[in-house]
Design a protein around this ligand. Structure first.
Ligand code: SF4
Ligand code: SF4
Length: 199
């Protein structure tokens, strides 16, 4: 398998895992929102970006697009993978209000940036979804992509353990800060909370 094929496979597997997890977080609020944060003008990047287009053709080829609703269907987004990374970056107040603490807020912010982090600076300064020519995909920085995928996967594990209640405090800020460096005041609040809880 060549490097580009590997990238499609590993990105799709990671996106799918994060997407399923985020759906679980949103699920209990769906009755009130009905996917209010989805918009066809966001969906459209999945048609124009060669990277996202190829992901969709490979892993979600039966999804149907509508000009009026984009990929949004009654059950949510029809795309399991190949969504624009920005789709994972928005969480509404209902989610943040689940647990009003700086630590929880930070965990959600990290979660929201995991998918986007993987494709940063894929070619020069361009994000992988910004590449406009299929030929550019062959020239992406594969080593950087793999490194960022590993960073996102490690941070996902930490954040998930905290959000699932397997651990009571977010640890490994060093790993999490690679994905999202919070404003200093917020970081201090999280570090302080961690210190208070240590023996
Ligand atoms: S999650 Fe799916 S339906 Fe919603 S904006 Fe993104 S691509 Fe469109
Ligand atoms: S972030 Fe909020 S508005 Fe968007 S799908 Fe989740 S619960 Fe609904």
């Amino acid at each position: 398998m060549n490097s580009l094929s590997k990238i499609f496979d590993s990105y799709a597997a990671f996106e799918d895992e994060v997407g399923i997890y985020i759906t679980r977080i949103c699920e209990k609020h769906y009755a009130d929102c009905e996917g209010a944060c989805c918009r066809p003008d966001i969906c459209v990047e999945s048609l124009t970006s060669p990277f996202l287009r190829r992901l969709r053709q490979r892993f979600a080829s039966d999804a149907e697009y509508s000009d009026r609703r984009g990929w949004l269907v009654e059950t949510g987004c029809a795309l399991s993978v190949g969504r624009p990374p920005v789709c994972y970056q928005f969480f509404c107040d209902a989610i943040f209000d689940d647990r009003p603490s700086a630590e929880f807020r930070y965990a959600i912010m990290v979660l929201s940036k995991l998918v986007n982090h993987v494709g940063k600076k894929a070619l020069g300064r361009k994000h992988i979804v910004e590449l406009q020519e299929s030929s550019e995909l062959k020239r992406i920085n594969f080593a950087r992509f793999e490194k960022q995928l590993n960073e996102s996967a490690r941070a996902f594990k930490r954040v998930r353990a905290y959000l699932d209640g397997d651990v009571t405090k977010l640890d490994s800020l060093r790993i999490l800060k690679k994905i999202y460096s919070p404003p200093k005041a917020k970081l201090l609040a999280i570090s302080f909370a961690n210190k208070k809880s240590s023996p």
